[in-house]
Design a protein around this ligand. Structure first.
Ligand code: PEP
Length: 250
């Protein structure tokens, strides 16, 4: 059985006091959860305060990005080593907003993964096609390229610390969710590809999250799909009530 993960990506939102307030509410409301992992990803400046707010709760801390070097003359950057130092258990890598706005390539994303592997951080690797790519029939080849590029030279053992998030770009922040069939098709494709690239054990153990306008009213149907092992949630993770309901999917 794969333990589901519900991860909240707070993006560029919430001050230190707002992050602390939300994290404290979540820690209180979700203290009984042990059959699924809960992860929240505040902005860098809020990581320390959020770590303190969720201490002794089942909630884990993630960063939204990292630099592909450990330390040195890289002004303004933050590495997996320092994310672990501040209390993160996870790092999100390759979010589509960074691929689009900051022109992150699969090669750069792959380098970030390899640097994160030198720490104990677990990685949420985001992939997903744009609407143009889907409409022109390139969805599967785009996913294949992102998986092969992002996971280049990664070993089966290293895959133990990787989670994949399938996030169709056209569904992120748009209110348009992939249908359960569309999501399941992509997840099954990704799992089969991982079996080819690694082995059956990796494919059957890896968690593949769905992301793209997950809300309290669509989470239950999505989570019933065989190959969907959780969700990466943007907008709806900013409200305690909504995120709690999503974590408590049934
Ligand atoms: C995301 O940021 O990863 C995301 C899926 O956002 P939203 O839930 O707002 O679509």
């Amino acid at each position: 059985m794969r333990k589901p993960i519900i991860a909240g990506n707070w993006k560029l939102n919430k001050t230190i006091s707002e992050s602390t307030e939300l994290a404290t509410q979540l820690a209180h409301s979700l203290s009984d959860i042990n059959d699924r992992e809960i992860v929240i990803a505040p902005i860098f400046t809020c990581l320390a305060a959020t770590a303190a707010a969720i201490d002794n709760s089942p909630i884990q801390l993630a960063a939204q990005n990292c630099y592909p070097e450990t330390s040195g003359a890289f002004t303004g950057e933050i590495s997996p080593y320092f994310l672990q130092d501040v209390g993160c258990q996870y790092v999100i890598i390759g979010h589509s907003e960074r691929r689009q706005l900051l022109l992150e390539t699969d090669a750069l994303i792959n380098k970030k993964l390899h640097t994160a592997f030198t720490t104990e951080l677990k990685i949420i690797l985001c992939i997903g096609e744009t609407l143009d790519q889907r409409d022109s029939g390139q969805m599967l080849s785009v996913l294949e390229q992102q998986i092969k590029g992002g996971l280049a030279n990664v070993t089966a053992a290293q895959m133990n610390s990787v989670v994949i998030a399938y996030e169709p770009v056209w569904a992120i922040g748009t209110g348009k969710t992939a249908t359960t069939e569309q999501a399941q098709e992509a997840h099954q494709f990704i799992r089969n590809l991982l079996q080819q690239l690694f082995n059956l054990e990796v494919a059957s153990q890896i968690r593949i999250l769905y992301g793209g306008s997950v809300k309290p009213d669509n989470v239950d149907a999505l989570m019933k799909q065989e190959d969907i092992d959780g969700a990466l949630v943007g907008g709806a993770s900013l409200k305690a009530e909504d995120f709690v309901r999503i974590v408590r999917f049934n």
